[in-house]
Ligand binder design. Structure first.
Ligand code: ASP
Length: 437
């Protein structure tokens, strides 16, 4: 059994968090690869080291001293070192680096030092071999991850050392220069390490006990999702849930490795398990895995008698394509069709689109309705079960929610309803209360 444990910024924010990480690592010998972010916020008023480093770079570029910021960063590291009695001379190393800084220091190199120094300290504290991402995570000249080289390097480092710790967020370009990933990129590094080592599980340790079934700002204390498939997660993310970005999980998804989101502050919680497919399921399993939604869509309705006999729909899609307005959903009737689009994406072009539709499709009528919110109930078990959508629509109706449009997500994994923006939160609560509990 091999597990990769990636710890996010809040999990390594200070000495107290380091202790929790150590307890987690020692609780399971399978956790042989650790990937660490840079120290994050210890409280809501605190700063992430990565943010401070970006700020430093901005100062350097404009020729303004960033000594104060660097001292703050240094203090964070020294505090961790002293509180834990570590020997790594982070002060000398960081001071030597600071002395070399100038306005030409590449931003990627500078901001990567957050992960680098946090990981040096954590590796010593855990007794793991530090493996620099500059020698184990590789980019191509175009700036894409060179998976082959990366996988080879990480698995060789694991074989040679048994237990390794790799800083997240950065890697090396063929030129030798450091390159960072997008913000939050340590998730990608963790996924790469898990794929490289063919891990059984990729654990992503953060400060929440998994993905919640609904937005906690709308639903009070929503339950965490115990198990979800990658396809369901994609659907939820598309509908606006703030979950792990798809790119960041691609390496593990590709290899069918399970991803477990866990809470460093509550290691007793099982978190959310994201898997390829779920075969045997107990009857206690919920119909709905999660609920998510987004506001501000427009519904463009085109009426034309006997649609089947003409090309109106494809003409309409061509027109929207010209205005680069992606269509989210289409509903089709005998004498009309309706297109759901993001109001923002359509922008001012809506009037021109309507004019073009009138000219090119010769419709009986065209109308546009703005202020629509889409709410999706996502669940692998939902659509195979007769009567679920009926019950869902009835519950919404009973609560006085006016359904403007209905659509089904890809692979029948979601039922999507369009409601008025003002009824967005009510719709989510009704769905949660009626089906998720
Ligand atoms: N430290 C980086 C950031 O704040 C990367 C990460 O934490 O994943 O974006």
């Amino acid at each position: 059994m091999l597990k990769v444990a990636k710890f996010g910024g809040s999990s390594v924010a200070g000495a107290e968090q380091f202790k929790k990480v150590k307890a987690i690592i020692e609780a399971d010998p399978a956790r042989r690869i650790v990937v660490s972010s840079a120290a994050g916020k210890r409280s809501s008023e605190d700063h992430k080291l990565t943010d401070l480093l970006y700020l430093c770079h901005a100062h350097l570029t404009y020729g303004v001293s960033c000594d104060d910021i660097l001292e703050t960063i240094l203090r964070r590291f020294v505090e961790i070192k002293e509180a834990l009695g570590l020997s790594y001379d982070v002060e000398a190393e960081l001071r030597a680096y600071m002395a070399r800084l100038n306005k030409d220091t590449p931003v990627d190199e500078l901001v990567s030092r957050g992960e680098y120094f946090t990981s040096r300290l954590l590796a010593e504290y855990l007794g793991y071999t530090f493996v620099d991402a500059a020698s184990s995570v590789f980019f191509t000249v175009e700036g894409r991850i060179d998976k082959e080289r990366t996988y080879e390097a990480i698995s060789a480092a694991l074989k040679a050392n048994g237990r390794i710790l790799i800083p997240g967020f950065y890697g090396r370009l063929p030129s030798g220069k450091i390159r960072v990933m997008s913000r939050g990129g340590s998730d990608i590094s963790g996924a790469l390490a898990a794929a490289a080592a063919d891990a059984d599980v990729y654990e992503n340790w953060t400060d929440v006990s998994g993905i919640l079934m609904a937005d906690p700002r709308i639903v009070k204390d929503p339950a965490p999702i115990a198990k979800i498939t990658y396809a369901e997660l994609r659907e939820l993310a598309f509908m606006g849930a703030s979950v792990l970005h798809e790119d960041s999980i691609q390496p593990v998804k590709e290899k069918g490795i399970a991803l477990n989101i866990r809470n460093t502050n509550r290691p007793q919680d099982p978190g959310t398990m994201i898997v390829d497919s779920i075969e045997a399921e107990g009857s206690h399993e919920r119909f709905i895995t999660g609920i998510a939604g987004r506001r501000n869509f427009s519904i463009l309705t085109v009426q034309k008698r006997n649609l089947n006999a003409n090309r109106s729909l494809s003409q309409a899609l061509d027109i929207l394509d010209r205005y680069k307005a992606p269509v989210e959903h289409i509903t089709l009737g005998l004498d009309s069709f309706a297109l759901v689009l993001s109001t923002g994406a359509l922008g001012e072009a809506v009037y021109e689109v309507i004019a073009d539709l009138k000219k090119e499709c010769a419709p009986d009528d065209v109308s546009v309705q703005e202020g629509i919110a889409l709410v999706a109930a996502v669940g692998r078990k939902m659509t195979s079960k007769p009567g679920v959508s009926g019950r869902l629509f009835k519950a919404l109706g009973d609560a006085g929610v006016n359904i403007r449009t209905i659509a089904q997500g890809s692979d029948e994994l979601a039922i999507i309803v369009g409601v008025e923006n003002e009824q967005f939160e009510t719709a989510i609560r009704v769905m949660y209360d009626g089906f998720a509990g």
